[in-house]
Design a protein around this ligand. Structure first.
Ligand SMILES: Cc1ncc(COP(=O)(O)O)c(C=O)c1O
Length: 486
């Protein structure tokens, strides 16, 4: 494949991408140069319009996306999101709504927020939601701040948050940022929290247990009610990372499992694409006891009108400008209404079926550290391939040659050499079979021709990088000197 040059490398002095009308005021060469031109970059590229368009178009074609093919990146729920929901969110009336518009003029938008909140309350079994957090991790922090505010009001914020080793990686960071000491709970051989161990660990210094359910092994914490009872008995709260909700939606409700606080990732489960750095939403749901602490403002309906309520003395305050990423909520509502309760149930049933189809077909070919039944994702390891000196990285890189995005690697940490596969509910049996075939081929190659794996990918735009050098000595900016030296 021909390497696309940097735009600096196709620059020719004097070329322009636009032609401006003749100046009818005195020219001041220095205005732009002095104020806006970045002094540290010499030799800005000078290119024509067609060169710019072709350059960026060619680069865009080197991206891999959910619209192109199978993307089993575990824990990320890289599913296909119906385009109709994008279209609805792109309607002029939604896009042009001004965040400072008087509440009387945006009653429809407030109604959308309230309706979506009501549906999430129903789906998750909680009592109230806020849409302010813009990501799952921000939702976690907000949830922790709510728990902290409650404990502070009781006299002390407490010191510890318990987190199982199978939790999502953002959980400990969020608890730590909120000022808590994180104490790890080791998973048992089933890959779940052991209630007996928890019972011995739980004290009145513990503010909450933060549990990802299903956890990052794809395993449902069956003992969640027992776990909640132990934590509640010492005055702690259950925080559930509900970002894996596509495994549960329509089937079971975290609120019924005695969860006190939860965040959902609208950009995983509810029709906003995950990844790509786009806007997301990590709404946080709480039980009644914690409702007064929700961020400001909340939306209420009074005398037939929707309004923001800022008069909430116990609130943790604002955590985001305006009311979060409104258009992400529009997409979620469109998705929820188009599916209905039966459609939602089908999401979780299909997500679990697809994952188990892959698991069953690859069991014995790839090593499964935990034999417990799994829901929406399954975690293999490279243990069987290690004897041919083939690692999870080699397997993942080789998958690129088969036109598949690699699974998540080396996570969760409880599985050494992990390959975390989440097919999601939107994949057809044909695509699942294609992936299974590719994985089987790779396992054969590991035995017979491991070199082909060690040097993969072979057909990609960029061949295998020296990841250590790339991380330690990143070259992030073009420089004229380096370029001329070669
Ligand atoms: C289980 C789980 N929790 C939390 C997060 C964090 O969400 P975000 O990336 O929006 O911060 C993710 C992200 O994929 C996740 O999979």
């Amino acid at each position: 494949m021909i390497r696309e040059p940097l735009i600096f490398e196709i620059s020719d002095k004097g070329k322009k991408a636009c032609s401006l009308p003749k100046l009818d005021v005195p020219q001041d060469e220095n205005i732009l140069k002095n104020i806006h031109a970045r002094k540290e970059i010499k030799g800005f590229p000078e290119v024509s319009e067609v060169e710019i368009v072709r350059h960026f178009h060619r680069i865009s074609r080197t991206n891999y996306s959910v619209d192109e093919g199978f993307y089993p990146l575990g824990s990320c729920t890289m599913k296909y999101n119906p385009k109709i929901n994008e279209k609805i969110a792109a309607l002029h009336a939604f896009q042009s709504a001004h965040p400072y518009a008087p509440q009387d003029l945006v009653q429809g938008n407030l109604e959308i927020l309230k309706k979506t909140e009501d549906l999430l309350i129903e789906i998750a079994g909680m009592d109230a939601f806020t849409f302010q957090p813009s990501a799952g991790a921000q939702g976690e922090l907000v949830g922790m701040m709510i728990i902290r505010a409650y404990h502070e009001e009781q006299g002390a914020p407490r010191k510890i948050v318990l987190i199982p080793d199978s939790a999502h990686g953002t959980n400990p960071s969020s608890a730590h940022i909120c000022g808590y000491h994180v104490q790890e709970i080791k998973s048992n051989r089933q890959g779940t929290v052991d209630p007996y161990y928890l019972f011995r660990t739980m004290t009145e210094d513990v503010a909450a247990l933060m549990i990802t359910n299903p956890n990052t092994l794809g395993i449902f914490e069956k003992e969640i009610k027992k776990i909640a009872k132990i934590v509640h008995a010492k005055g702690g709260f259950i925080y559930m990372d509900g970002a894996n909700m596509n495994a549960l939606v329509g089937k079971s409700r975290p609120g019924d499992m005695d969860v006190d606080v939860i965040h959902l990732n609208l950009h995983k489960t509810f029709s906003t694409p995950h990844g790509g750095g786009g806007p997301g939403a990590g709404p946080v749901g709480v039980k009644k006891k914690l409702e007064p602490y929700l961020p400001l403002p909340i939306i209420e309906r009074k005398n037939g009108k929707y309004r923001f309520n800022f008069d909430r003395p116990k609130s943790i305050g604002r955590v985001r400008s305006f009311y979060g990423n409104f258009l992400v909520v529009v997409k979620a509502l469109a998705y929820l209404l188009s599916l209905g309760p039966e459609g939602l149930k089908e999401i979780s049933e299909t997500a679990v079926l697809n994952s188990n189809y892959i698991r069953k077909n690859l069991e014995g070919i790839y090593h499964l550290e935990y034999k417990t039944a799994t829901l929406h994702e399954c975690v293999f390891s490279d243990k069987y391939q290690k004897k041919y000196d083939v690692s999870n990285v080699d397997i993942a890189k080789r998958l690129i040659d088969f036109g598949v995005h690699p699974p998540t690697m080396s996570f969760p940490l409880v599985v050494h050499g992990a390959l975390m596969i989440e097919p999601t509910e939107t994949e057809s049996k044909r695509d699942l079979d294609m992936f299974i075939e590719a994985m089987k081929n790779i396992a054969e190659e590991a035995k017979k021709n491991p070199k082909v794996l060690k040097t993969a990918p072979h057909d990609s735009y960029v061949r295998r990088l020296d990841e250590t050098a790339a991380a330690r000595h990143p070259v992030l900016r073009w420089s004229e000197e380096k370029d001329t030296k070669g």
